[in-house]
Ligand binder design. Sequence first.
Ligand SMILES: [Fe+2]
Length: 300
Amino acid sequence: MPKFFNKKTLKEIIKHESPPTVKENFISHDECKYFLNLFRKMPVKSIGKNKFMNREESTKIFFDFNMNKKTKSLKKKIEEEIGEFFVNDFQPHLITSRFPLRLHVDTGRNPKETIYKNVILPVEIIYDQTKKKYKEPNTVVFENKWYGESSLFTKNINKNTDFTIKNINDRFVDIVNINDFYYNIKDLDQVNFTYDKKNFFITKIFKKYIKKLCEMKRFNTRTDKHIVNQNKFDKKNYDKYMSHQPYEDCTSLKIEKIIPSKIGSLAYWDRTRIHSSDNFLKNNVLSKTLIALFTSKNKI
Ligand SMILES: [Fe+2]
């Protein structure tokens, strides 16, 4: 694993580590609705470098705990649970995921930052009401830790050009090279188009969206250095939770805790923990929305 944190900082980070924890019914369903509306109705959904992001597979709205009395008391309540914390370069946010996040870690980019806990508070889950059965989404926290910078874990490390977009049937599909994809559609309009056996309908709006993805800078680096031995990942757990990620990417990982997304329940784990969303699409979840914080013990 690459050495990233300062020696002293690393010592502090390890000192503050603790097992993943869930506090059920941390806030009420009404409070969840209140925060959801408050953040969605904000006229400005960006803070500094953290720009409002609205993509097919996810939306991020950034907020400040100093907004009003209720957001201030939410911060205080979280501090009573996890201890004093700061939020540095990546501001508190409301994230809506319509496609499950893959294996990653939110360790940040600052070797002097005493990173502390990932904190999530689910506020809305939307199920596909046309389906008979559905199950709540989960977050999968692994035993494996990562002391490098923020990373996405995959064997596909050569390119940083893969994106998940919607096909003609509104299903999410992977495009490995978004630049090549854009090159192939840029002169098309109002036509069906097949790329890598996937079908799309090309419109001006669609092309504009793909162009935006091509120009986007990624925060996380990609690495397969999380694979530290050849121990195969449990196949049952793979089918149950991780089927949105190539099986080989899960090599050497072991599940520590499955955290169900329950409205109003707080969950937190060390920012050095590798984690992932489960493949909630197969449980007929259309989207999940969480308040998410990347906390630290020092102010930068
Ligand atoms: Fe995360």
